[in-house]
Design a protein around this ligand. Structure first.
Ligand code: F6P
Length: 370
């Protein structure tokens, strides 16, 4: 291991936060990073709920910032959620604030964050987050706050890393659910439309749909034609398989159409219901929906995610020790490496249409909607 200096003097104190939606494995990263940092003689501070703990003395009745010790991170590798708490409304560059007239507005509080870091003499931040949180981390790095990012999201949509932790657990949960729906769908000769998460990408849908034996898998990367799905259901009926399982990513959309949103915030929702209605009409078969929702994010991370998260936590501390700030730890092949944070957030990682999983699905006769 090289020097323990960032070029600004030796590291004495680091901080860790978790931002955006939770993902199974966050606690394992926190444990690995904390123990690795403590073993170097560094102090570690936990910031509650993204950056909120830095701005507010107290968050949810607890100190906004608190020491992470061997005791505080004991026995948490297998726990879902995050002991630091998180928020999807904590962007310090556009913090929601109540105006004097009672309405909500946005305020840039990023300078306060940088100031608080200086006051608290924090030498580096390990920011554990997805696309949005890492963009914030990069912007803070540009304002002079040394950051190392750790890629988290069940969606697996971050560039520069082959996999994000949390994804494999989400796929496992969804696969189990799809598997369970087979027997009930067959018993009633129904069509089941299963909606999975994934935001703008179809990674969860594709991997859980394939592992769960879905007959059609609809992903945002391939706008679907209803006729193709109807044809698939009819083809199965004609061969005596009088039930079908359709897995649909929440961000999927019909060709020439738009995705389904629950509201103007851009939150996805409703595609399963829409598709089920159309399929029932077109096929004349009873069609039911199953929206898996947050169960894909909750609960214990699987062994793969625990290990990936532990490796990311250890690697983040190595990055700080080597002075590699403005970077993100990433899985590339079988190794965890450090990549520029910038390269990870310049776009999202979509399912490539020529990837072998897509080709295999087509070879197996799975309808991909076009
Ligand atoms: O990014 C993770 C994710 O679970 C997406 O798959 C989903 O679209 C979104 O978060 C849901 O966010 P929220 O929990 O804020 O509704």
């Amino acid at each position: 291991m090289s020097s323990t200096s960032t070029g600004r003097g030796p590291i004495r104190r680091i901080a860790i936060n978790t931002g955006g939606g939770d993902a199974p494995g966050l606690n394992a990263v926190i444990r690995a990073a904390t123990l690795s940092a403590l073993s170097k003689g560094w102090e570690v501070l936990g910031i509650r709920r993204g950056y909120m703990g830095l701005l507010e003395g107290e968050v949810d009745g607890e100190p906004g910032i608190f020491p992470l010790t061997a005791q505080t991170v004991r026995g948490i590798t297998h726990l879902g959620g995050t002991i630091l708490g998180t928020t999807t409304r904590g962007n310090p560059f556009g913090m929601e604030v109540r105006e004097s007239d009672g309405t909500w507005g946005k305020k840039d509080r990023s300078e306060e964050i940088v100031q608080r870091f200086r006051e608290l003499e924090i030498d580096a931040l390990i920011a554990i987050g997805g696309d949005g949180s890492l963009q914030i981390a990069l912007a803070l790095q540009k304002k002079g706050l040394p950051v190392v990012g750790v890629p988290k999201t069940i969606d697996n949509d971050l560039l520069a890393t082959d996999v994000t932790f949390g994804f494999e657990t989400a796929v496992e949960v969804a696969t189990d659910a799809i598997g369970r729906l087979h027997s009930t769908a067959e018993a009633h000769q129904r069509v089941m439309v299963v909606q999975v998460m994934g935001r703008h990408t179809g990674w969860i849908a594709l991997e859980s749909g394939m592992a769960g034996g879905a007959d059609a898998i609809l992903i945002p990367e391939i706008p679907y034609s209803l006729d193709k799905i109807v044809a698939k259901v009819r083809e199965r009926d004609a061969t005596g398989r009088r039930f079908s399982i359709i897995v649909v990513a929440e961000g999927a959309r019909p060709a020439g159409g738009t995705p389904s949103y629950v509201d103007a915030t851009g939150r996805y929702g409703g595609i399963a219901e829409q598709l089920a209605l159309e399929l029932e009409r077109a096929c004349g078969k009873e069609t039911r929906t199953m929206v898996l929702g947050h169960i894909q994010r909750g609960g214990s991370p699987n062994a793969y995610d625990r290990n990936l998260a532990l490796r990311f936590g250890g690697a983040a501390v190595r990055c700080i020790a080597e002075g590699s700030m403005g970077s993100m730890v990433a899985l590339q092949g079988t190794n965890v490496r450090s990549v520029p944070l910038e390269s990870a957030v310049k776009d999202i990682k979509r399912v490539p249409l020529d990837c072998d999983m897509v080709l295999t699905a087509l070879q197996l006769g799975v309808a991909l909607g076009d």
